[in-house]
Design a protein around this ligand. Structure first.
Ligand code: ZN
Length: 274
């Protein structure tokens, strides 16, 4: 699943390709991927509009339109936004097509079809509930060590589940949550209210560090993620634990273990992470 660094990479690659382009035609092939408004309203709402900017918050991307409305996309498991020239072959699993000016197409492709799009803003008061309640992002001014400490102390849950909760911190998924815990030497099953102040400090530094590293490396690519140019990130080469079950810990050499936490596979070092 694309997380903050991967979605940011999509944004960076998408922006120069579609900024200033007009949406000539929209074609929705899988109606349930449009959350709001109705599919006909979505189509008439975007056709004829020019994309003025591409922004991101957490794992959501927003395509700003020249009338103040915006198309919001959530890629979820396997969604991708791709730009191709009109002559290029149609990408696989194409679910929504935006025919743009200058001979380009913007595609929303999705293998598992959990991805969503909506049209909101302007006089329409509808908002995506998940988007409206997003917590602060790593590396942002509002994500402070004190914020993390307060939220951690107030909750009673395993720290891995805490990190995945988008209302608490926006943008972390399974990869960066496991990586942050490994970098901070904290076990994924540790309860939040049992963390010491020193551990919270280490976690705060680690969350920012792994996200910054992911951004620098243009995201982490396993099977599903690619940016709007069809490129893949190389952060995979730098991972401490994610996807490394059974391999030696890079710090101490112990064999990395995998357990389930909140239904998600979690890889950790049984020796380093307390
Ligand atoms: Zn270790």
């Amino acid at each position: 699943m694309p997380e903050m660094p991967e979605v940011e990479q999509v944004r960076i690659s998408l922006l120069p390709q579609i900024k200033g382009k007009k949406i000539v035609k929209a074609e929705v092939r899988l109606p349930r991927m449009i959350l709001h408004p109705s599919v006909p309203e979505f189509i008439t709402g975007v056709e004829g509009r020019t994309v003025t900017d591409v922004r991101r918050k957490g794992k959501y991307l927003t395509l700003l339109l020249d009338n103040g409305q915006y198309i919001m996309a959530h890629l979820r498991m396997t969604g991708a936004l791709l730009v191709t020239s009109r002559e290029a072959p149609e990408p696989s699993f194409a679910k929504i097509r935006f025919t743009l000016t200058d001979g380009l197409d913007l595609w929303f492709t999705d293998i598992r079809t959990f991805g969503t799009m909506c049209l909101c803003g302007g006089s329409d008061p509808w908002t995506d509930k998940g988007y409206a309640s997003l917590g602060p992002e790593p590396l942002s001014a509002v994500f402070t060590e004190d914020y993390l400490l307060q939220r951690v102390k107030k909750s009673h849950q395993m720290i891995k589940c805490f990190l995945l909760d988008q209302h608490k911190i926006a943008g972390l998924g399974n990869i960066y949550a496991d990586e942050a815990l490994a970098a901070a030497d904290i076990r994924p099953t540790r309860y939040t209210d049992r963390l010491t102040k020193k551990q919270v400090h280490a976690l705060y530094e680690a969350v920012n560090q792994v996200i910054a590293q992911g951004l620098r490396n243009h995201g982490t690519t396993f099977r599903d993620y690619q940016d709007a140019d069809g490129h893949m990130g190389n952060n995979r080469d730098f991972l401490l634990v994610y996807g490394r079950k059974g391999q030696p810990c890079t710090k101490c050499g112990a064999e990395l273990k995998q357990i389930k936490v909140g239904g998600r596979g979690s890889v950790y070092c049984p020796r380093c992470q307390k």
